[in-house]
Ligand binder design. Structure first.
Ligand SMILES: [Zn+2]
Ligand SMILES: [Zn+2]
Length: 226
């Protein structure tokens, strides 16, 4: 009922070509740029299962990284649209495309390390404004059937517009101390899920907080990378 009502008020158009009835048609999805080979989080050179090369490893850093799409063109537009309040249907449309092949290595992570999956938390005030957390939607679309998911971190400072800060050091400074570990149990391995990873400063801060609290291995997953 509610959906058909919304449909009349806001008919859906493919954001790529204008095709009526969906936010993203099959044809445009097939033209979006996928990540072809998993690579190391730090040096971006190819690596098995997206694992960080031994020589690139940082003690409190990210130990592996898999992303599905490249953050450009149509993808950028889709994700920006989906961040508006209530517009998460755009994101859900994107998440409804099958990802069996692309997710194979992520499922390998699961069988090898049995990790706990978490989404990058938003500050409660931000989540209230937006009405949802886009990373949580990604976790429930891709990870709910195969993985253990939990909430281990909370966001204690509201770094609202990090994406607009272009200076890497400034971003790092802003995100410092943004998260707090909020559980008494400590899993050995954690997969942190975000919608887009560009500079990586948010995910690095998550990894640091998790490891400071006893997590041994932190893997990262994003829908897109910049
Ligand atoms: Zn289209
Ligand atoms: Zn490397």
């Amino acid at each position: 009922m509610r959906n058909s009502f919304l449909e009349i008020l806001f008919p859906r158009f493919c954001l790529g070509c204008g095709y009526v009835g969906t936010y993203l048609c099959q044809n445009c999805e097939s033209k979006m740029m996928r990540v072809k080979r998993n690579s190391c989080f730090y040096c971006n050179k190819p690596s098995l299962l997206g694992l960080t090369h031994p020589g690139c490893k940082k003690k409190q850093g990210v130990d592996g990284y898999i992303s599905l799409y490249l953050y450009n063109g149509l993808f950028k537009q889709l994700l920006q649209e989906s961040k508006y309040k209530g517009a998460h249907m755009v994101l859900k449309t994107l998440l409804s495309f099958p990802q069996k092949k692309a997710m194979e290595d992520v499922w390998r992570w699961n069988s090898l390390w049995n990790p706990t999956v978490i989404s990058v938390p938003l500050h409660p005030q931000r989540q209230k404004e937006r009405g949802f957390n886009q990373s949580e939607i990604i976790v429930s679309a891709y990870f709910s059937s195969q993985f253990i998911s939990d909430t281990l971190l909370e966001r204690i400072n509201n770094t609202a517009h990090l994406a607009h800060i272009h200076d890497k050091n400034e971003r790092k400074r802003k995100i410092k101390g943004a998260f707090k570990y909020c559980k008494s149990t400590i899993p050995k391995t954690v997969v942190v899920v975000d919608d887009v990873i560009t500079s990586g400063s948010t995910i690095i801060e998550c990894a640091k907080t998790l490891k400071e609290n006893g997590v041994q291995t932190v893997l990262a997953f994003s829908l897109a990378k910049g």
